[in-house]
Design a binder for this molecule. Structure first.
Ligand SMILES: [Zn+2]
Length: 203
């Protein structure tokens, strides 16, 4: 029964997801509802997670997140796992996610991306920039919370040193990051202070 359900859900989701991506879905609340419940079912059946991403201009995104008590509570640990799985499952469009983006204003974020040196992955708690280069780099960015794509280049430090607790290695870490990784860290840490990349445009 479960197998049948899995097969059916997978077929339905794949076909509908494609339709959804192509934006050919007929308008109407019924179809949105159908898609939403199907996604939830898909992620539950496959052991993944469904997370609702808070979208701009929701005021929650402007919240300054609170520090997290260590050792991590079961609840915080589970949230980090779910956020990490979400990014892993959406690797085509996601390389990082902060807790405030799923409605929990706590200083936690996950990062996962593939580079030339393999996969970089963190589940960071209370991350803090403790040093940075004077050199800046300018690139366009995207954000799961901002639907509209803005192609303007955003200025970021080209290198940062970040101190945090990492729930993957279960230890305090001091990350020295350059280029792409430095940009992701600055983007995610900005979320914890209620900032979005679009705030840097026209400044
Ligand atoms: Zn973002």
């Amino acid at each position: 029964m479960l197998k049948k359900l899995e097969a059916l859900t997978s077929t339905l989701t794949n076909s509908r997801r494609q339709t959804y991506l192509d934006k050919k879905v007929p308008s109407g609340a019924f179809f949105i509802l159908l898609l939403t419940s199907e996604y939830k079912l898909f992620y539950n059946v496959h052991g993944g997670c469904y997370m609702e991403i808070i979208k701009y201009p929701d005021p929650i995104l402007r919240t300054v997140s609170e520090g997290v008590k260590l050792p991590l509570s079961k609840e915080d640990s589970k949230l980090l796992d779910d956020m990490f799985n979400y990014v892993k499952e959406h690797q085509d469009e996601a390389v990082g996610l902060s807790a405030v983006q799923v409605g929990v204003p706590k200083r936690m974020c996950v990062i996962r991306f593939k580079g030339t040196n393999g996969t970089t992955a963190y589940k960071l708690v209370n991350p803090k920039i403790i040093g940075h280069s004077s050199k800046m780099i300018f690139n366009s960015e995207g954000c799961l919370s901002v639907d509209e794509q803005h192609d303007e280049n955003i200025g970021r430090w080209s290198a940062v040193k970040v101190w945090a607790y990492d729930a993957i290695t279960k230890s305090n870490v001091c990350i020295t990051a350059n280029g792409y990784e430095a940009i992701i860290l600055q983007h995610e840490l900005d979320h914890m202070d209620g900032k979005l990349y679009i705030d840097y445009i026209n400044k």
